[in-house]
Design a protein around this ligand. Structure first.
Ligand SMILES: [Zn+2]
Length: 219
């Protein structure tokens, strides 16, 4: 005869084993599959066809056992640029890094190393956006009220030979800035560089339109 305590323990062990199994069976998508998934999510969002997200207890408890985001999204902190909305993603699906001007830096490289090495995220996207205030500020070269702001805006990379027309210059600078910081990821991190070289992860770039909701992919 098995005692009640032992039965209880057995049940617990089985429940744990099955939940761990369910998590382990969640095979991460390939980098290309992940990008396809992001693109499909963005198309749904722009077409006002976003799906209803499971934000309930059950989903949170499930995710408390571990996260397996399929994409790292480095983008701007702008209130109109929300990764989970723009890619129609739910809890636990994205690993967003948001900073004004979507600039890179040590904490960004380290966060991406963690997300790709530990959490096995197969995709990293760097997303700029139309009418970015940080890029616009860098372009105008205005005097800034603090050293912190000067440092941040100094990280925005405008690029060379910008068009003379104001809006065109801003759009070109936004694209240049995205490309520059995407390039920094492999130049400043050996882990990211090795993962890209081995095909374990992929880096993609795009510019999000705050009007249409669509991401214009740059590569
Ligand atoms: Zn911005």
């Amino acid at each position: 005869m098995i005692g009640t305590d032992r039965l209880h323990l057995l049940g617990l062990a089985l429940a744990l084993a099955s939940s761990t199994l369910a998590f382990a069976q969640d095979k991460p998508p390939t980098p290309d599959e992940a990008l396809k998934k992001l693109k499909a999510g963005n198309a749904r969002f722009a077409a006002e066809k976003s799906t209803v997200k499971d934000l309930g207890d059950k989903r949170r408890i499930e995710l408390a056992q571990g996260q397996r985001p399929f994409a790292v999204v480095l983008t701007c902190s702008d209130s109109r640029v929300v990764p989970e909305f723009m890619f129609d993603a739910g809890l636990g699906e994205l690993f967003p890094l948001r900073v004004a001007g979507n600039v890179s830096g040590q904490s960004i490289f380290a966060s991406i190393e963690y997300a790709t090495a530990e959490l096995k995220a197969p995709l990293v996207v760097v997303i700029g956006h139309s009418k970015c205030g940080a890029v616009d500020t860098a372009l105008k070269g205005k005097d800034l009220p603090s050293e912190n702001l000067k440092k941040l805006i100094g990280l925005v990379h405008l690029g060379e030979k910008l068009p003379a027309e104001k809006d065109e210059a801003l759009n070109a600078a936004i694209r240049n800035n995205v490309r520059y910081h995407a390039k920094q990821l492999t130049e400043q991190s050996t882990i990211i560089k090795d993962f890209v070289g081995a095909g374990r992860i992929r880096i993609a770039t795009g510019v999000y339109s705050i009007k249409t909701g669509l991401v214009d992919w740059l590569d």
